[in-house]
Ligand binder design. Structure first.
Ligand SMILES: Nc1ncnc2c1ncn2[C@@H]1O[C@H](COP(=O)(O)OP(=O)(O)O)[C@@H](O)[C@H]1O
Ligand SMILES: [Mg+2]
Length: 245
């Protein structure tokens, strides 16, 4: 598939913890075309997070091939991989927490500063990203002064501040009430539609999955089945505006 931005072939990940060997991924093959929103579902422990970590280059697979934008990422050295990630990928992971001592805008600009963007450029970009998620007025607030939904929107602004080609999200709405989760999903759909960003979203929520183009079902470290979402729920612009408020 020439237009696949993510190509995963026969991915195997084994964790050897000494006492036990865990087969987290048992041969996963997956193509994601540019601009697709794909949901990954499956019971706890089936390997969803491991798949995201390996496919995005955060973790190394035991075996198999990962090509991102045509490049076999195993051929990249650590520095190249890290800088590639900082430039082309965004992460909405639960363990990528916001830093409590930094304001919203400082949290958002951090990845830019890390990847070498001058501070004078990083600040306006971070403010624009916050505006994009409806938090322009909250730029100076620290995470503790924000609601759960607002915090997650800061996380999304941080993930999107460098205009990534691919956004990896691991249960991005897991801690949120259903209304807020819906708003967050509306925002991601909006970005996908406007900027053709590719989203890979791990979720337990069937309502979230139904707003993606495709759902991959995993079990025991493998892809069990996949389905194309028919009658996908899309958010009209005016709902998006309200959702940002
Ligand atoms: N760092 C690790 N060391 C050992 N085992 C791990 C590690 N990370 C995940 N696992 C195991 O790999 C399997 C898949 O985990 P994970 O990818 O986190 O599943 P999911 O995200 O679907 O809940 C589980 O059995 C988990 O316990
Ligand atoms: Mg997980």
């Amino acid at each position: 598939m020439p237009d696949a931005i993510i190509e995963v072939r026969d991915l195997v990940k084994t964790y050897d913890t000494g006492a036990v060997t865990v087969h987290a991924l048992n041969g996963v093959t997956l193509d994601v075309p540019r601009g697709e929103m794909v949901a990954i579902m499956g019971p706890s422990g089936c390997g969803k997070t491991t798949l995201l970590n390996c496919a995005s280059g955060i973790d190394e697979p035991t075996n198999g091939l990962i090509r991102i934008e045509g490049t076999d990422i195993s051929t990249l050295d650590d520095n190249t991989k890290t800088s590639y990630r900082a430039r082309r990928m965004g992460f909405i992971f639960q363990f990528y927490n916001l830093l409590p001592v930094l304001s919203a805008v400082e949290n958002v600009e951090l990845p830019l500063l890390v990847s070498g963007t001058p501070a004078s450029e990083a600040r306006p970009k971070a403010l624009a990203a916050l505006e994009r998620v409806g938090l322009a007025d909250w730029a100076g607030h620290r995470p503790a002064q924000l609601s759960g939904g607002q915090r997650q929107r800061v996380t999304i602004a941080r993930a999107l501040v460098n205009d990534p080609a691919i956004v990896w999200a691991d249960e991005p709405t897991g801690d949120l009430d259903s209304t807020t989760a819906d708003q967050i999903m509306t925002l991601m759909q909006d970005l996908n539609r406007e900027q053709q960003q590719t989203f890979v979203i791990v979720t337990h929520d069937p309502g979230i999955a139904q707003r993606c183009h495709r759902i991959i079902h995993m079990r025991d470290g493998q892809i069990e089945s996949e389905e194309r979402v028919t009658g996908r729920i899309e958010a009209p612009e005016q709902v998006t505006e309200a959702a940002r408020g």
